[in-house]
Design a protein around this ligand. Structure first.
Ligand code: HAM
Length: 421
């Protein structure tokens, strides 16, 4: 039994990386607050039925990828493979529909999918997401997309591509499905095995098959974007207008259909071309039937989710330096036993004063203590030896400039604070 290895497709985040996660989370929380979104936290697991009904019985997620098990009460439980259905469930359960609309929510969540792990694809991954309930206005679609775009821009990420599409409403999609099936019937033999199965189960998914032969075979397929009803067409035109007003570059990609069944009208993806085949950093869209499907009142909605691991891969690929993290600002260097005891006392005083500080606990030499402080980018070292204790002073060294000052012990904290700590 291997117990020194985490399950396949999961990973540890160690301190040297965890601060980046915290930085991204803080940035995401900040932008969501600026846009007027409130945080929601939903459980890690839900009743399986929630995902079957909303994500869709014939999708890859529900057919092959869910972590589903019976609990001790014999209920079928599933670790959430995505965040939207749980938020829609919470919207109904907590009667958020009875409050003033729209309801704007954001979340940071793990997701679980039993996929074949590869770079950018994990079995436990993490998402930033937002969901807006209660407005059909295409300006909200544009707002949701703009939040994602501004977030990545603030992180310093460049060259991401925004693709949008509309997959219509149940009315126009029904008519389109018929047209699509007529076309596909004639070319079915040329399609890959997965698509052959999709013909009966989920024909729209054939459109975004990555298989080259399938793509060639579908070169002249009728596109859904050309077959929208008036309402969906107007909605899409208005979305494009709003995105242009905000100055976003975007491409209409009629083949984006997304892998979840709840979408209606707008769908979109933000792609990074630097992170290999798993290059969709963000995906989202409108889901005007989702709340009703879950048993709530008819309520339009739209949102997105962004993969945190893929975001970090893009940041790394583009050599973006996130604001450097220092585990502590001040490091106490002590010489001798008495000084060390005094160091313990002074360290607590620094921490009590809200200063991030640390000291050596391994009996290192002065040289090694200085090296350690340097390695972790301490801004100041406080050097304490017998002389210092006798004279009631501390030697404070600015690690950047190399300047050293003797400061009275009772003034040391003020000195450090004046020095920008
Ligand atoms: P999704 O396209 O399934 O949409 O996932 C959104 C993002 O989560 C992906 O673009 C990717 O960055 C990340 N992601 C998904 N699966 C994995 C994985 N196995 N490993 C690493 N990253 C992954 C949704 O989840 C929808 N709930 C989005 C949404 C919100 N639509 C409306 N509101």
């Amino acid at each position: 039994m291997i117990i020194t290895k985490a399950p396949r497709g999961t990973r540890d985040v160690l301190p040297e990386e965890a601060w980046k996660w915290v930085y991204l989370e803080n940035q995401f929380r900040e932008i969501c607050n600026q846009y007027g979104y409130g945080e929601i936290r939903t459980p890690t697991f839900e009743h399986t039925e929630l995902f079957v009904r909303t994500v869709g019985e014939t999708t890859d997620i529900v057919e092959k990828e869910m972590y589903t098990f019976k609990d001790k009460g014999n209920r079928s439980i599933t670790l959430k493979p995505e965040g939207t259905a749980p938020v829609a469930r919470a919207y109904i359960e907590n009667k958020l529909y009875a409050q003033t609309q729209p309801i704007k929510l954001f979340y940071v969540t793990p997701g679980f999918r039993y996929e074949r792990p590869q770079a950018g694809r994990l079995r436990e991954f993490h998402q930033f997401g937002i969901e807006v309930f209660g407005s059909k206005d295409p300006a909200v679609d544009a707002e949701v997309i703009s939040l994602a775009m501004l977030f990545v821009k603030r992180l310093g990420i460049k060259d991401l591509e925004l693709y949008i599409n509309s997959i219509g409403c149940p009315v126009c999609r029904k008519a389109y499905r018929k047209k699509l099936l007529e076309y596909i019937k004639a070319v079915k033999d040329k399609l890959c095995n997965t698509c052959k199965i999709r013909v009966d189960k989920n024909p729209l998914r054939i459109l975004d098959c990555k298989n080259e032969t399938c793509q060639k075979t579908l070169a002249d397929v009728p596109e859904i974007i050309e077959n929208l009803c008036n309402e969906c067409k107007e909605h899409f035109d208005s979305l494009k207008k709003h995105l242009s007003l905000m100055g976003f570059d975007f491409k209409v990609n009629p083949r984006i259909v997304r892998g979840l069944d709840y979408y209606t009208k707008t769908v979109f993806e933000i792609m990074s071309h630097e992170v290999g085949s798993q290059n969709t950093v963000c995906g989202g869209g409108r889901y005007d039937g989702l709340v009703e499907e879950c048993g709530g009142p008819p309520t339009p909605g739209i949102g997105f989710a962004m993969g945190i691991e893929r975001l970090l891969m893009t940041i790394e690929a583009q050599n973006i330096e996130l604001p450097k993290h220092t585990p502590f600002d001040v490091f106490i260097v002590t010489i001798g036993k008495e000084a060390d005891d005094f160091g313990v006392e002074f360290l607590y005083k620094l921490r009590e004063a809200g200063i991030s500080a640390d000291k050596d606990y391994l009996g290192r030499s002065i040289r090694s203590q200085m090296k350690y402080a340097d390695k972790y980018n301490a801004r100041y070292t406080v050097i304490i030896g017998d002389e210092e204790i006798k004279n009631g002073v501390l030697t404070i060294r600015n690690m950047k400039t190399g300047e050293q000052m003797e400061v009275k012990t009772d003034k040391a904290i003020d000195y450090l604070k004046n020095g920008g700590i």
